[in-house]
Design a protein around this ligand. Structure first.
Ligand code: LLP
Length: 421
């Protein structure tokens, strides 16, 4: 069931108690708008579904890493799943304690490892033997100890798109069972890295429980096997990946997901960690954009808007579907078939293709739905477009949580060398 706080009251689309047309008058477009209620409720729903085993829910910041949103979850007791030094920096700014941070990623740099050791993260989720060596070397030089999990590749891939499927043997992620077993048995070689967990993340936008359960069964078998060899496994970090409704998907509910997994989690006798990203932020955010021009051509009708692939790249990159609603219904019942495209100089710059939409006029506004995950966080300055503003709505108030970028932000850090002056 799709649950969010973006609804029409009369002709106007609201986020909670805020009329989006009013918000746009003040903030302008393009902008992202997030519902605090939807965001927190999704976290709470997941927490409730797994209530019987009390996992540590580490929000996967890459989905949407605005400090205000991250802080909101941290205040509710969430931990964080990070994947870079930049995300560690954000985690600290959001006042998340190190012992609630798990650090993933195939290519952690020495600098990032050093920072994470200084902060004292709960777990490094390690993806290779070379990475283990690096963590050992740096930990020993800093006289620090740390805990780590090996990220397993259970050879099950699932997800909404090939680019977001991470579990097959052709993927760069994780370590096959055999190699992982060898590393666990050689754990004495990393005396400052306490290898005490396993991590699994098979992909993103997974709609059914089956691949999760299959991956978990294989993982459990592995845990049992290495326990027999004397390895103590304390943590099972089962990643993220829970899919959401963008269009007409039949997504599993958190309750279905929990029901499928909890029996195995219990059996593992581990502290369970979950890393949801999209499930928490996806349906909590919309992207608002203004219709600049309507351009009928011989073959097609284009609705040219002021938001583009640099703001929301998912349609261009994955062919993703995002529903589009007018911010104010203009009373025209007729539907038209159109491409909704941005001003960027690429044919791949579209937010929707061959979409049936209510007829819209120049100067009106559109809301692109389910844009809260991998929306702003994947945005760029391509075509030297300042990045959009981000706004948080709570009840009948709204807060600009990231101001629209200024032209000067575009060239921040750039220098013209003396010989060119
Ligand atoms: N944990 C790890 C180790 C991950 O790599 C990811 C996502 C997550 C957790 C959170 O997954 P989620 O619950 O959000 O599915 N840009 C793509 C999605 C990339 C996902 C990357 N990893 C998209 O827009 O669909």
């Amino acid at each position: 069931m799709l649950i969010h706080e973006f609804r029409y009251k009369g002709s106007d689309l609201y986020c909670e108690g805020v009329k989006l047309a009013d918000l746009v008058d003040e903030v302008g477009t393009p902008c992202y708008v997030y519902s605090y209620k939807t965001f927190i409720e999704h976290f709470e729903r997941l927490k409730k579904a797994f209530g019987s085993i009390q996992p540590l829910i580490c929000y996967s910041m890459k989905a949407c890493s605005n400090l205000a949103l991250v802080r909101a979850l941290v205040k509710k007791g969430a931990g964080l799943d990070i994947v870079s030094g930049g995300e560690l920096f954000r985690a600290k700014k959001a006042l998340c304690r190190g012992e609630k941070v798990v650090f993933a990623g195939v290519g952690k740099s020495d600098g990032e490892i050093r920072k994470a050791l200084e902060v004292g993260v709960l777990l490094f989720n390690v993806e290779s033997e070379s990475e283990l060596n690096a963590i050992q070397r740096i930990a020993s030089s800093l006289k620090k100890r740390t805990s780590a999990a090996l990220r397993l590749n259970p050879n099950i891939g699932a997800g909404g798109h090939a680019y977001t499927t991470t579990g097959g043997y052709l993927s760069k992620f994780g370590i096959d069972f055999e190699t992982a077993q060898t590393l666990f048995l050689k754990r004495y070689r990393w005396p400052d890295v306490h290898l005490c967990g396993v991590h699994v993340h098979i992909g993103s936008q997974i709609l059914e429980t089956r691949p999760f359960v299959e991956a978990l069964k294989r993982t459990l078998k592995f845990i049992e096997k290495i326990r027999l060899r004397g390895v103590k496994i304390q943590y099972l970090d089962f990643g993220g990946g829970l899919g959401i409704i963008y269009d007409r998907e039949r997504a599993q509910s958190p309750a279905d997901y929990a029901q499928g997994l909890v029996p195995f989690f219990r059996k593992s006798k581990c502290k369970i960690i979950l890393e949801p990203g999209r499930f928490i932020s996806g349906n909590s955010g919309v992207f608002l954009t203004k219709v600049q021009y309507v351009k009928p051509t011989a073959k097609k009708r284009f609705i040219i808007v002021d938001g583009a692939m640099n703001d929301l790249v998912r349609p261009a990159l994955y062919g993703s579907f995002h529903d589009i609603f007018p911010v104010r219904r203009n009373g025209q019942a007729r539907k038209i078939l159109a491409d909704v495209v941005g001003p960027v100089c690429e044919s791949g710059d579209f937010l929707a293709k061959d979409r049936r939409l209510p007829e819209v006029n120049e100067g009106e506004y559109l809301a692109v739905l389910s844009a809260g995950a991998y929306g702003f966080s994947m945005s760029s300055n391509y075509n030297s477009r300042p990045r959009a503003a981000e706004v948080l709505v709570k009840g009948s108030r709204f807060y600009v949580i990231r101001r629209r970028e200024l032209l000067n932000d575009l060239v921040r850090g750039e220098r013209i060398p003396a010989f060119l002056r």
